[in-house]
Each structure stands twice: as structure tokens, then as C-alpha cells.
Write a protein that binds this ligand. Structure first.
Ligand SMILES: C[S@@+](CC[C@H](N)C(=O)[O-])C[C@H]1O[C@@H](n2cnc3c(N)ncnc32)[C@H](O)[C@@H]1O
Length: 257
């Protein structure tokens, strides 16, 4: 997944509350946050875990740098961040008492091996609590943005990894094969936020890989038309309290065997 500094914290604010409640980080926990991005979930875990700790790992150097900076600015000293590939990173064995992820675990090339590696970092019996996207056709944000940018004809195949755990049978099978038990998958439907108004939302979306990919092959005139359609779509979703698009996720919990 390409690195971008899109404001996921704003976008995912409703989901964040759901993940926080499900993770229920306790005093003394040692939390591993997988694909932590700029680290909001890691910092929140660190606050709740104190005097425990939280480690956030992410592939993206700029994301990790920003996560470190934000935790310093907020004076949170029991969190740390590593630029690492969670699929292969050699974590301290059986160190963590809880694993969490907010949409950071769908991008593995070999998901069973990746979750087995993550499992080896968790203490036996530790919980793994993740949010993953439901299928593309359950996401207004995805279909509306794509249709606006390509004029109604949605190309197949773009960003498929985003939805790699959307099939609950696949998600449960991957976790079980990776050595997790007690897999539980619950539907969560929340709107996601793109900005205070359509222009801000369009400018924010411009940062996303999906949008860059969809615009990549268009000439200047076609790009201008696509951005006009995007603006009109976003304007139609301005609720008066910002631009929100509907979405669906799975809250996936499991225990390390
Ligand atoms: C959709 S973003 C979510 C970021 C963050 N969890 C949040 O909610 O703001 C997915 C993140 O997963 C990271 N990522 C993807 N594959 C990864 C891997 N194999 N190891 C570590 N991080 C990964 C990406 O760099 C990206 O920051």
C-alpha cells in the first residue's frame, strides 16, 4: 500500500470509538498496533495501558515519523513506533497481551504467514481485535468516488487488497490457519468523514492512492471533468455537518492459541 498522509483519524472517527470499546485496553497491557499509520490508536492504547505500553508498526516511514512526533507533542512516553513489515518483523516472542488494528491488516501477501507471525508476538490466550472493510459493493465511499472519477464505469481490480478480508469465511479461515481460536466477526456500519465541505473533501481525497490511480491515465481535460463530478458527488453528501459517506466493516476478534 502506498504511503499517504490522508487524515484517517478524521475519516474513521466513528469506527475508532467502536475499536476502542472492543479492544478494552487495560492497565498494564502491552499492546501491539498493526499497520498503525500515524498512531492515534497506538496513543490511545498507551494512555489506557499505562503503566503498560503500546508499540505501533507500519510500513510507511512518513506515517511512523508523524506518529512519533504526535506522541512526543502529546507527552505520551509509554508508546513507541517502528517502521516494519508486520508480515515478517521479528517481534519479541509472546510479548504482547493484546493486538489491535484499525484497517491495517488487509494488505498482506501471505495472510496466514503474516497472522502467524503476529500471533507469535502475542502471549498465549491474548486477544487480537481488528477492524477490516466489508466488500467493495457494501461501501458507498468506494463506489461513489470511483463512479464520480470514471464517469459511471467502475474499473475492476483497483485496490482489491483493501477488501481482502471482506469475506468472513476467508477471514475466519486465515486466522484459524494462523493459530488463532475463538474467532468472532460482528458487523459494524458507520459513516466515514471526508471534510467540512465538498471542496475540502475533494482536496483531501486527492491524497489517496485510489484517487491518484483512477486519475493517472486521464489527460488534463478529462481530469478536470472527473474532479467536477467528484465535487458534485461530495456536495450531494454534505450533511450540513460535513461530508459523510456510508460504509461497512467487520469487527474481528480472536484469541492466540
Ligand atoms: C488504511 S491505513 C490505516 C492506518 C491506521 N491503522 C489508521 O487507522 O489510521 C493502512 C495502514 O497499514 C499499513 N500497512 C500495510 N501493510 C502493512 C504491513 N505489511 N506491515 C505494516 N503496516 C502495513 C499502511 O502503511 C497503512 O498505514
Amino acid at each position: 500500500m502506498a504511503a499517504d498522509l490522508f487524515d484517517y483519524d478524521a475519516e474513521l472517527s466513528r469506527y475508532n470509538a467502536r475499536l476502542r470499546a472492543a479492544a478494552d485496553v487495560g492497565t498494564g497491557d502491552r499492546v501491539l498496533d498493526i499497520g498503525c499509520g500515524t498512531g492515534q490508536t497506538t496513543r490511545e492504547a498507551g494512555r489506557s495501558a499505562h503503566p503498560g505500553s503500546a508499540l505501533g508498526v507500519d510500513l510507511s516511514g512518513p506515517m511512523v515519523d508523524r506518529a512519533r512526533r504526535l506522541s512526543e507533542e502529546e507527552g505520551i512516553h509509554n508508546v513507541s513506533f517502528e517502521r516494519a513489515d508486520a508480515q515478517f518483523h521479528r517481534f519479541a516472542p509472546e510479548h504482547f497481551t493484546l493486538g489491535i488494528s484499525r484497517f491495517g491488516t488487509m494488505f498482506f501477501t501471505d495472510p496466514v504467514a503474516a497472522f502467524a507471525n503476529i500471533g507469535s508476538a502475542l502471549r498465549p490466550g491474548a486477544r487480537l481485535v481488528q477492524l477490516v472493510w466489508q466488500a467493495d459493493d457494501r461501501q458507498e465511499w468506494s463506489s461513489a468516488i470511483r463512479q464520480a472519477l470514471v464517469g459511471g464505469k467502475v474499473p475492476a481490480g483497483l485496490g482489491e487488497d483493501t477488501f481482502s478480508l471482506a469475506d468472513t469465511t476467508v477471514a475466519a479461515g486465515v486466522l484459524t490457519a494462523a493459530g488463532f481460536t475463538a474467532v468472532d466477526i460482528t458487523e459494524v456500519r458507520e459513516p466515514i468523514y471526508y471534510g467540512p465541505d465538498a471542496v475540502s473533501a475533494r482536496d483531501a481525497l486527492f491524497e489517496l492512492r485510489m484517487v491518484k490511480d483512477l486519475l493517472a491515465d486521464l489527460d488534463a481535460a478529462a481530469t478536470a471533468r472527473a474532479l467536477d463530478r467528484l465535487l458534485a458527488m461530495l456536495d450531494a453528501h454534505d450533511t450540513g455537518e460535513g461530508v459523510w459517506l456510508d460504509s461497512g466493516a467487520w469487527l474481528v476478534t480472536a484469541r492466540r492459541h
